[in-house]
Ligand binder design. Sequence first.
Ligand SMILES: Nc1ncnc2c1ncn2[C@@H]1O[C@H](COP(=O)(O)OP(=O)(O)OP(=O)(O)O)[C@@H](O)[C@H]1O
Length: 427
Amino acid sequence: MGYIWLIYFSSMAVAFYYAMTLIYNGNQDLTSGKVMSAFFCVLTAGFMIGHIAPGIAGVAAAQVSMARFFYIVKHDSVIQRRQQDERQVLSEIETFQLQDVHFAYPARPDVPVLRGITLTIRKGQKVAFVGESGSGKSTIMALLERFYDPLEGAVLVNDVDLRKVNIKSYRKQIGYVGQEPVLFATTVRANIMQGCSGATEEDLEAAAHSAQLDFVQKLPDGMDTYVGSGGSQFSGGQKQRIAIARSLLKKPSVLFLDEATSALDRSSEKMIQETIDQLGKSSKHGSMTIVTIAHRSSTVENSDVIYVLENGQVKESGSHKDLAHQGGIYQALAASQGAVLRKASTTSLGQVGRPPHSVYIASMRRKKTKMPVTPALPRPTRFPCRACWASQRSTGVSSSRASSVHWPVELASHCWAPTSWWMPSWR
Ligand SMILES: Nc1ncnc2c1ncn2[C@@H]1O[C@H](COP(=O)(O)OP(=O)(O)OP(=O)(O)O)[C@@H](O)[C@H]1O
């Protein structure tokens, strides 16, 4: 920009100098008055045009924003809403029923996602959906929230087809926390109060306490801390906790948790779950219905009913106690996770805080073996990836021996995998 101004004023100076030279040399057509008026005209015009330039960039940005705005405004809802049909106003949700529900997403109408789901959820129940990735768990939740309508069959609420229920009154009753919650670029307080403007400071504090928001209190600005664009100034688990606080403040009669505590450590998750269970028993609507999707067995163990999905169908249902010994998919899933956890707690590699390198050193000391000279390694904070660990196991090398063989020599960059890779979840 500085160069433009330099060129602009330099050319003006040259033109001015040239005009003055012509006058002094006796040019009859030019007078100093004419030159000065022309000079000020050009100066003013240039100044104005210079001011337009940033505006042109603004117009381009506004065009993009307007295009996005009109895209959203004109976007048709995927649910066929007919206001005259949505007469049933709900003050309370007693039951949900899915009756032989078939569904495919509008973007892929030929790919069936749900194939004949029939189930009932009653008031106050804790219901969980588990199953492999892509089996249709979140899709069931989306239908229960009426983000989509089923292609065949029906979703009933209090025995009324959801298509006939006033959607505003219905959604006021439900709370939803997803895996990647949406936070707005404002303060923690404003994010939690979103949609609950009537909540008092005590309600806010109670919700924050229930959702384990202690970390916010430790920040200099407390509840008035700015969360950043999309909550970018907080970690995934912290964002989930803020979103849980937001939902709890609303005191919904039904709470949908779609992997809502997946980013939390086990103890925080357990504490939040216990609080939600307690709140569930004492919500303003009597008892709160809680619908959970999770991959960790510990998250769903306390549920009254667990539905196990496979390829868009319910394959098993029952309590954890029933399913854990049924010899089906759930038992296999729970056992595989339990086995991994057991292995993690018994094998030296799985002991948190005692990484493989120190295990190796300790084992060499025990055996009074002369330690080979190995290059100094940074203190490891992560574990070998599952593939490497499996290959060590298959060669029959013991864990400490395996780590001594493998760890210092071959621990390549891919082995610096997060423990979550090594400790498989149900995904
Ligand atoms: N908006 C969409 N448009 C088209 N297909 C979709 C859409 N959302 C999900 N699907 C497809 O529907 C299927 C079920 O997805 P869904 O999200 O319900 O699975 P899920 O069991 O919740 O999986 P995960 O445990 O990974 O969240 C998947 O095959 C997915 O690719």
